[in-house]
Structure formats: C-alpha cells, structure tokens
Design a protein around this ligand. Structure first.
Ligand SMILES: [Zn+2]
Length: 142
C-alpha cells in the first residue's frame, strides 16, 4: 500500500495523525511501521544556528553549528512527535533533512516519540516535567 505512494509528504500525512496525548498534542501511527521505516520528516525554515540560539521557541532542530531548522510551522508534522525517555522512534539527519524513523515496529494507534536529546531535556523537561509513559509511571522522574 505505502509502496504505491512515492512522495514522503503524501505518505506521511496518511500514515500518521495528530491528536491529544498526555503531553498536549501528539503524533500517532495510523498504519504499521516496521523497524527502521521512515515515519515523518521534521521540516522547517533553515536559519543560522547562532540566531536560533537566541530564539525562545521549542520547535528548533539544530542540524549543525551553522544551520538550524525552525519547525514551528503547523504543516511540520514532525513537530507533533513528543519526547519520550524510552522512545519508539529516533531522529536522523540525512542530506540536511531530519527523518524520524521507527526504532522498533510501531502499531496503528501507538504514539510516535523520540528522544529530544540532553540539551532539550535539561531546558524543558528535567525536574519532573517529562510526561512520557516511563516518567509518568515512576515516582521519581528521569
Ligand atoms: Zn520521560
């Protein structure tokens, strides 16, 4: 089924959906994803990293010291994938694009999550602010 669809945007849009999750809005699988499969792209305007570091937005994805993606646009489905300390997906940078890929098989209905990294965690999620499944179950959060 997915093979027939060549364009990523088209296949992403029909294979994932945005709806309520524990942490506000989240990204959920509509189709099954095999381990390693492309799930969604984190897209955005390319801005200089030094300038990005002065911006007060959570929707930044630093590619390197020079370029950061400003993913705050709502058509960036990747921005809805929440952080989890034990995620089912991971971000990889390939040819200047950020791909979110399945770390293991993801079933329809599963929330798609990835690890935002230590810097983001320290700034926004430390001290009990992480609302991922794992932290929600533990008395003492990550
Ligand atoms: Zn957590």
């Amino acid at each position: 089924m997915a093979r027939a669809q060549q364009k990523r945007k088209t296949s992403s849009a029909s294979r994932v959906e945005v709806r309520r999750s524990r942490a506000g809005l989240g990204l959920f699988a509509v189709a099954r994803f095999e381990k390693g499969a492309f799930v969604v792209e984190y897209s955005g305007r390319r801005i200089p990293t030094p300038r990005a570091r002065t911006l007060a937005t959570r929707y930044l994805f630093e590619l390197n010291d020079r370029i950061t993606l400003d993913g705050s646009a709502r058509d960036n489905l990747g921005r809805y994938a929440n952080h989890a300390c034990r995620p089912n997906a991971a971000s990889t940078i390939r040819r200047g694009r950020v791909e979110i890929r399945a770390l293991r098989a993801i079933q329809p209905g599963d929330e798609i999550t990835y690890d935002y990294g230590e810097e983001y965690f320290a700034a926004f999620l430390s001290g009990g602010r992480c609302r991922c499944d794992r932290c929600a179950r533990k008395k003492t959060p990550c």
